[in-house]
Design a protein around this ligand. Structure first.
Ligand SMILES: Nc1ncnc2c1ncn2[C@@H]1O[C@H](COP(=O)(O)OP(=O)(O)OP(=O)(O)O)[C@@H](O)[C@H]1O
Ligand SMILES: C[C@@](O)(CCOP(=O)(O)OP(=O)(O)O)CC(=O)O
Length: 425
């Protein structure tokens, strides 16, 4: 930071988690304002394992708004980035720069350009809601930089929504509802917290990353096609989701896992049915996704009550919820048994995230996986499929907190405000 008259750069860094919907958002009633045709509910994922980290900087020396995503410069000219930046600038306040005492006046923000650098600690655009984490993080970091105070609860979520619908749910932790709202300007289409992550802290979440390649049909265009062509989607939004939202809220409040699991699986399956009902049909699930569904359904039926729930977004990756830590370890063992890594895989990279679940399975090597015995529900199944390398890797995690500020390290050089030669992450 320079003295008065010298060039200066101010910056803030924040982190925001990804989230997984258990009642899906699919379809907009307003494309520009990103207003949904139904409310949705999600679980925020632990930012330690699935999050975006974003540094935003302002300086009179910057000539344009710029964005570096995962170390590469990308255009910030898209409507979604522009809308978020415009709405944040409109709410900026006088900000005192601590180190110099200089005050950036409210009016100055409209002419100050912004540099943004962001990194995801999980695959981008692979159906793991990177856009949700990314836009929530951008809006949250800008709020810190520009001294934006929320005038009403949920205002920041309404701005994150302009970046990507599901992003509005990533500012908050735990269990989050996105109210579809009624107003034409979208001011009531905001996220609210149903419960903190600590409210239901024994849930274990395991993500089977089936493919980290970019998907063929983006959520944005997929849902446009579904709104245009799927009669099932209309029925779902009008008749099914409103009841499910109520039931899911109750299940979360009372930590009723059986009900939570039943609704979560049913809603994922109906969302993918609307994709199939779209013309031309959209296929996000693949054979591996279907085998993962089979694993959970067979186990739940054998146990007599749900042990695990599954849900899939716009991609083949499964997100599974286990009712508690013991069941989480059992789930991991079953996944390792049925979906072992390929024989040349590095075991330490096959199960990532929260290592405590892996520790409680007692599995420490590829050899241990070979000696796992078949789970009871597979007895009688002749040659259950065990295809090494079918799943890329597994992420163990839990529900987590919402967006927060990081003191550093920043992703932009504090003096130049440019991407450093070697990124800090
Ligand atoms: N950290 C980030 N900061 C800013 N923008 C991001 C960030 N991560 C992703 N994005 C934006 O989101 C886009 C990816 O969104 P897309 O909806 O295709 O995939 P996804 O969010 O991973 O999957 P899905 O929403 O279907 O679960 C990127 O091309 C980029 O524009
Ligand atoms: C299947 C989903 O993940 C769809 C998410 O769609 P996006 O929020 O990525 O779409 P846009 O609003 O067009 O950016 C379900 C969900 O997260 O609720």
């Amino acid at each position: 930071m320079g003295r008065e008259g010298e060039p200066w750069v101010v910056m803030k860094t924040a982190r925001a988690p990804s989230n997984i919907a258990v009642i899906k958002y699919w379809g907009k009633r307003d494309e520009k304002l990103i207003l949904p045709i139904n409310s949705s509910i999600s679980v925020t994922l632990d930012p330690e394992h699935l999050s975006a980290t974003t540094t935003v900087a302002a300086s009179p020396a910057f000539h344009s708004d710029r964005l570096w995503l995962n170390g590469k410069e990308v255009s910030v000219e898209g409507e979604r980035y522009k809308n978020c930046l415009r709405e944040m600038r409109a709410r900026a306040t006088d900000v005192e720069v601590e180190s110099t005492g200089r005050v950036i006046k409210k009016e100055e923000w409209s002419s100050l350009h912004i540099h943004i650098a962001s990194e995801n600690n999980f695959p981008t655009a692979a159906g793991l809601a990177s856009s949700a984490a990314g836009f929530a993080c951008l809006v949250y970091a800008l709020a810190q930089l520009m001294g934006v105070k929320e005038n009403y609860e949920g205002e920041l979520s309404a701005i994150a929504r302009l970046g990507s619908g599901s992003a509005c749910r990533s500012l908050l932790g735990g269990f989050v509802k996105w109210n579809m709202g009624q107003e034409a300007d979208g001011r009531d289409s905001i996220a609210t917290q149903l419960a903190e992550h600590s409210h239901w802290d024994d849930l274990v979440i395991i993500i089977a990353v089936v493919s980290s390649r970019q998907k063929e049909t983006s959520s944005t265009s997929g849902m446009q096609e579904s709104v245009r062509t799927s009669p099932l989607l209309k029925f779902r939004a009008e008749e099914v989701v409103p009841k499910r939202i109520e039931q899911m809220e109750k299940a979360i409040k009372s930590m009723d896992f059986a009900e939570f699991a039943k609704i979560t699986c049913a809603d994922s399956n109906q969302f993918h049915a609307t994709c199939l009902d779209t013309s031309p049909p959209i296929f996000y699930l693949n054979d591996t996704s279907r085998r993962l569904i089979g694993l959970v359904e067979r186990w739940n039926r054998h146990a007599g009550e749900p042990q695990v729930a599954y849900t899939f977004d716009a991609g083949p990756n499964a997100v599974m919820f286990a009712r508690n830590k013991e069941v989480g370890a059992e789930l991991l063992k079953r996944l390792l048994y049925q979906f072992p890594p390929s024989s040349d895989a590095d075991f330490s990279r096959y199960v990532i995230g929260d290592q405590s679940i892996l520790e409680s399975t007692g599995v420490t090597s590829l050899k241990d996986i070979d000696s796992l015995s078949a789970p009871a529900e597979l007895s009688g199944v002749v040659n259950p499929p065990r295809i090494p390398g079918e799943v890329d890797y597994l992420i163990c995690t839990t529900a987590g907190k919402g967006a927060y500020v990081l003191d550093g390290p920043h992703l932009l050089d504090p003096v130049s405000g440019l991407l450093p030669k070697k990124s800090a992450f």
